[in-house]
Design a protein around this ligand. Sequence first.
Ligand SMILES: [Zn+2]
Length: 230
Amino acid sequence: MSLEKGKTIAQNGLRLRDSPRDGETLGILRKGTEIEVLGRETWLRVNANGQQGFVLEDYVEPVEQHLVGNDEEEVVVEEAKIVVFSSSRMQGNQIRINSGFIDSMKILEQLCEKYDLRLHITSSLREPGQIISNNIVEPASMSNHLIGHAIDMNIVSHEDWFNSTKLSDYDSLPDTIQSFLSDLQAKGLRWGGHFSKPDPVHIDDATNLKSKSYYVTQINKLWGGAVSLI
Ligand SMILES: [Zn+2]
């Protein structure tokens, strides 16, 4: 079995922690430090005795659920899993996404390889900013960030940095970045630069439009019944 290897790319060094989220800093890895990937950890957002938080999936055993009064019929529980995605082509903030968005992230990773680009991630999974009530649901107006199906990013091409301002001027972008943006759309993802209200740092997979029932299920799994979508 060969170990997956990687190289750190954070310009100013990458913090090595003793645990994934807010762990103690063990040291700073210089850019280009070679690392072996020993594991990828999956986080579940849970409600435990009325308190919400995240736990590692490895320490959770599934419990079979049965409908009351009918012990033969199982309730199928659609999963809502939040994972931490990492890639040698991506840097910036920790990338927390829905397990259903991993394939999309891999597409972005492959396109970064193809065009020799890196993504600096500024935002991924986001908590609802306000209380959302669960009966009125209009996913089209709701962000895919809330279900971990979107990222916000800047694009880094060698030493050149393309932030929101630069990305909003499509015609001035280098060919590699224009190709990156058109390829990702050809593969079914959306780039926010083409939204009616442009959001050029945003990429998602249009889950809120393509699969409303999935969107609603995920919202409620992740953020609980207290979530009200308007
Ligand atoms: Zn966004």
